[in-house]
Design a protein around this ligand. Structure first.
Ligand code: PEP
Length: 253
């Protein structure tokens, strides 16, 4: 952790969740007690169909909501897309952009991710910009260079600690139960902080929250969250169980 940075634990529900599953959000809110509130910020990113309802269910809980993607455009003939302004209108505070599933399954380039992050910021959402190497890239010793290139291509110019969150999510760790070693996470997170300092200047970069994501669960959260420059977690599968999500949050406290 970076002691001067308030950690954030964000849940990415992906394409999971019907109205009945808002009970998970309600249970998280119930467990977000004063001790946790003093220590860590929480956010839940449900599917877009539940965003408004989740935000309403979480009113008064101090738990934020977020979208899982946003369009590059403000409005217009883009059937099926959702603008950042629409997400904000539904109550979102954050928008995940550049998740590896979007980069891979929807062919999103760094330029597209940057345009989405800029659109999010324009709508006063905080983009959670995801970066991370594939298994082949790590095995080829390219993890650092891949992540730095993604950052250079995806992070909006002029971002600040208040307008940007970065999530390091090694693709091979997402949903697999595999995690990098603490040393590997430390190396990448330190490099992300240094690259952000080059891009945004040191004062801005030193406060940006850097989340780790990829198979975070209650059993490994403390080890991962204790790594330098890890300021919270982006949690997929484990965010669908309130007790697990809260246990991960406690590991940041
Ligand atoms: C994710 O998809 O952002 C993620 C981190 O997934 P999981 O926690 O399931 O690996």
């Amino acid at each position: 952790m970076t002691r001067s940075i308030r950690p954030l634990v964000a849940g990415n529900w992906k394409m999971n969740g019907l109205k009945a599953d808002l009970a998970i959000a309600a249970e998280v809110a119930k467990g977000y007690d004063s001790t946790l509130k003093a220590a860590v910020d929480l956010a839940i990113c449900p599917p877009a169909t539940l965003l408004y309802l989740a935000t309403a269910a979480l009113v008064g809980s101090r738990i934020a909501t977020g979208g899982q993607d946003c369009a590059t455009h403000d409005s217009g003939a883009f059937t099926g897309d959702l603008s950042a302004q629409m997400l904000a209108d539904a109550g979102a505070i954050f928008a995940i952009v550049g998740h590896s599933e979007r980069r891979t399954l929807h062919g999103e380039s760094n330029a597209t991710v940057k345009a989405k992050a800029e659109a999010a910021q324009k709508a006063l959402l905080v983009p959670i910009v995801c970066v991370g190497e594939t298994k082949d890239e790590r095995q080829a010793g390219k993890a650092l260079s891949v992540v730095k290139k993604q950052l250079r291509g995806s992070v909006p110019d002029g971002s600040t600690a208040a307008t940007l969150v970065v999530a390091y999510e090694p693709v091979w760790a997402i949903g697999t139960g595999l995690t990098p070693t603490a040393d590997d996470v430390a190396e990448i997170h330190a490099a992300i902080r240094a690259e952000l300092a080059r891009l945004l200047g040191k004062p801005a970069a030193s406060g940006v929250r850097l989340l780790y994501g990829g198979s975070v669960k209650p059993s490994n959260a403390a080890d991962l969250m204790n790594v330098a420059h890890v300021d919270g977690a982006l949690v997929g599968g484990a965010s669908l169980k309130a007790e697990d999500f809260l246990a991960i949050a406690r590991a940041c406290g």
